[in-house]
Design a protein around this ligand. Structure first.
Ligand code: NDP
Ligand code: 2IT
Length: 460
C-alpha cells in the first residue's frame, strides 16, 4: 500500500482527488486545492500525519458527510406558487455539531455550498470551539421581495430543513441574504413545528435568544485580526490609514465601523451594481440607512453626497474591481467569492497596500493569492480573519444552553481575545512549518491538524 509520505507531487495527487467529487472549474475545487497544497508538505515533515493515510483523512475531509437537497414551494404576494431549491451540506462533525450559515442568493448551487461548508470546517476548528462544519441555503433571491414573501419563503424552507437540524446536531446561522429578519422567521417556524424553544439557530434577534454583538462580530473580528497581524509583522497600525472595503452588507458595515473606531479612514464600499469612493471617509450612518433600512442601491449615496464618486460595474477596470484600484494601506474584501482578481492584486501591490484581510469567504482568486503571498502584502485568509462571526455564534450557543445573557462588552472582549489567539496560532504554525509570514498555509495547517486529530481519535 502506498504511504502518504511518498507523495512527491501534491498537484498530481490533487488532480486525482478532483475527479472524486468536484468539477475542475468549481469553486469547491479552488477551495480544496488551496488547502491541500498547504497541508501536503505536512505529511512529509510530520510523522504523526502518516496516520492520515491509513485513516484516509484527506479523502474523508473533502467528502461531505451528506448533502441534503430539497424543494421549497411558497406563495408570493399574488398568491402564485413559486419554486426554489434548498440545501444543507453537513460536511464534518468531528469537533462538534455541524455549524455554518445559510445563504439566500440566486447564485447558490451545490458547488458553492460545498466550498463554503469545506472552508467552514477549518474555520470553526481555528476558533477552538466545539463546532463542526456545514453550510446551506437556497437560490431564492430576497431582493425585491416583500417582508411577507420573505417570511413565507423562510417558513417553507424550514418546513423541510427542521428534519435535519437541532442544537446538538446542526446549528445554521446567517450569510449572504440571511440576516436577523430571515433568522427570526426561520426560528418562528422551527418553534411552531417542534414546540421547542431552543438554540437551533444563531444570529437570532437579541430579545429571543440572540447574542449581543453577533451582528458586529464578523466585521469587528476581521479588524481585530488585522490589528494583531500588523503588530506581529512589525507593520504600522491602522490609525489614520486609508482603507478600501468592499461589500455593503453585514460584514462590510461592521468592518467599516470598527475601522472608524480605531481612527482609520475607510473610503470605499460596494454592492453588486457599483462602488462608492468617498475620499473623506464613508458616511456610515447613511450607509446603514441605505442598506439596513431602505435596502436600496449604493447609487443613492451620491444623492446626499455629490462630492463622492459612484462607479458602476460597467466602469470597473477590465478584469478587476474599482475598490482595489484606489490606493490604500489596508484592503478588506467583504462582499463575495473571487471579487479580488489578478488585476486587482497587481493594482494593490503597485499602490503599496500593506495588508489584505478577507472578510468574505474566498474573496481572492487563486492567482491573486499567489501574487499577494509573493509581495509585501500580509494576507489574512478568510478562514482565520472572518472567524469572528462563527465564534460569536458559538458564544450564542453557550448562552442559550446555559439560559444566560452576556453583556456587549463581555462578548466583545471574548471576540477580541479569540481573534488574537487565532492570529497568533496561525502565525506560530506557519513558522513551525517553515513558511513564516504565510498566514494562508498557517491557517490551513492549524485548522487541519485540529480536525484530523479528532477524526483519527474518533476512528473510522
Ligand atoms: P450580506 O448579504 O449582508 O451582504 C453582502 C454584500 O455583498 C452586499 O453588499 C451585496 O451587494 C454584495 N454581494 C453579494 N453578492 C455579490 C456578488 N455576486 N457580486 C458583487 N457583490 C455582491 O452578506 P454578509 O455581509 O453577511 O456576507 C458577505 C461575505 O462575508 C460573504 O462572503 C459571506 O460568506 C462572508 N461571511 C459572512 C459572515 C456573517 O456572519 N454574516 C461570517 C463570515 C463570512 P447587493 O446588496 O447588491 O447584493
Ligand atoms: O461564513 C461564516 O462563517 C458564516 N456565515 C457564519 C456562520 C455561523 O454559523 O455563524
Amino acid at each position: 500500500m502506498r504511504k502518504i509520505n511518498t507523495i512527491v507531487n501534491a498537484k498530481e495527487e490533487i488532480a486525482k482527488l478532483k475527479n472524486l467529487n468536484c468539477a475542475e472549474d468549481d469553486v469547491f475545487f479552488q477551495a480544496m486545492e488551496e488547502v491541500l497544497l498547504s497541508i501536503f508538505p505536512l505529511f512529509k515533515s510530520d510523522e504523526i500525519y502518516n496516520k492520515s493515510a491509513k485513516n484516509a483523512i484527506v479523502r474523508r475531509l473533502i467528502t461531505p458527510d451528506r448533502v441534503i437537497k430539497f424543494k421549497v414551494v411558497w406563495l408570493d404576494d399574488n398568491n402564485e406558487a413559486q419554486v426554489n431549491t434548498g440545501y444543507r451540506v453537513q460536511f464534518n462533525n468531528a469537533l462538534g455539531p455541524y455549524k455554518g450559515g445559510l445563504r439566500f442568493h440566486p447564485s447558490v448551487n451545490e458547488g458553492v455550498l460545498k466550498f463554503l461548508g469545506f472552508e467552514q470546517i477549518l474555520k470553526n476548528a481555528l476558533t477552538g470551539l466545539p463546532i463542526g462544519g456545514a453550510k446551506g441555503g437556497s437560490d431564492f433571491d430576497p431582493k425585491g421581495k416583500s417582508d411577507f414573501e420573505v417570511m413565507k419563503f423562510c417558513s417553507a424552507f424550514m418546513r423541510e430543513l427542521h428534519k435535519y437540524i437541532g442544537p446538538r446536531i446542526d446549528v445554521p446561522a446567517g450569510d449572504i441574504g440571511v440576516g436577523g429578519r430571515e433568522i427570526g422567521y426561520l426560528f418562528g417556524e422551527y418553534k411552531k413545528i417542534t414546540s421547542a424553544f431552543e438554540g437551533v439557530l444563531t444570529g437570532k434577534p437579541y430579545f429571543f435568544g440572540g447574542s449581543l454583538m453577533r451582528p458586529e462580530a464578523t466585521g469587528y473580528g476581521a479588524v481585530y485580526f488585522t490589528q494583531k497581524m500588523l503588530e506581529l509583522e512589525g507593520k504600522e497600525s491602522l490609525k489614520e490609514k486609508i482603507c478600501a472595503v468592499s461589500g455593503a452588507g453585514n460584514v462590510a458595515l461592521h468592518a467599516i465601523e470598527k475601522l472608524q473606531h480605531l481612527g482609520a479612514i475607510p473610503v470605499t464600499c460596494t454592492d453588486s451594481k457599483g462602488t462608492i469612493y468617498d475620499a473623506r471617509g464613508v458616511d456610515l450612518p447613511l450607509l446603514k440607512e441605505l442598506k439596513l433600512q431602505r435596502r436600496v442601491s449604493l447609487e443613492e449615496y451620491i444623492v446626499t453626497h455629490p462630492e463622492a464618486q459612484y462607479i458602476p460595474v460597467s466602469d470597473y477596470p477590465k478584469g478587476g474591481h474599482a475598490a482595489w484600484n484606489i490606493p490604500c494601506f489596508a484592503a478588506f474584501p467583504c462582499a463575495t467569492q473571487n471579487e479580488l482578481t489578478e488585476v486587482d492584486a497587481k493594482n494593490l501591490i503597485a499602490n503599496g497596500c500593506q495588508s489584505v484581510t478577507e472578510g468574505a469567504n474566498m474573496p481572492s482568486t487563486t492567482e491573486a493569492v499567489h501574487l499577494m503571498l509573493n509581495s509585501d502584502i500580509c494576507l489574512a485568509p478568510a478562514k482565520a480573519a472572518n472567524a469572528g462571526g462563527v465564534a460569536v455564534s458559538g458564544f450564542e450557543m453557550s448562552q442559550n444552553a446555559a439560559m444566560q445573557k452576556w453583556t456587549f462588552d463581555e462578548v466583545d472582549a471574548k471576540l477580541q481575545q479569540t481573534m488574537e489567539e487565532i492570529c497568533e496560532n496561525v502565525a506560530a504554525t506557519a513558522k513551525e512549518y517553515g513558511v513564516e509570514g504565510n498566514y494562508v498555509d498557517g491557517a490551513n495547517i492549524a485548522g487541519f491538524k485540529r480536525v484530523a486529530d479528532a477524526m483519527i481519535a474518533e476512528g473510522v
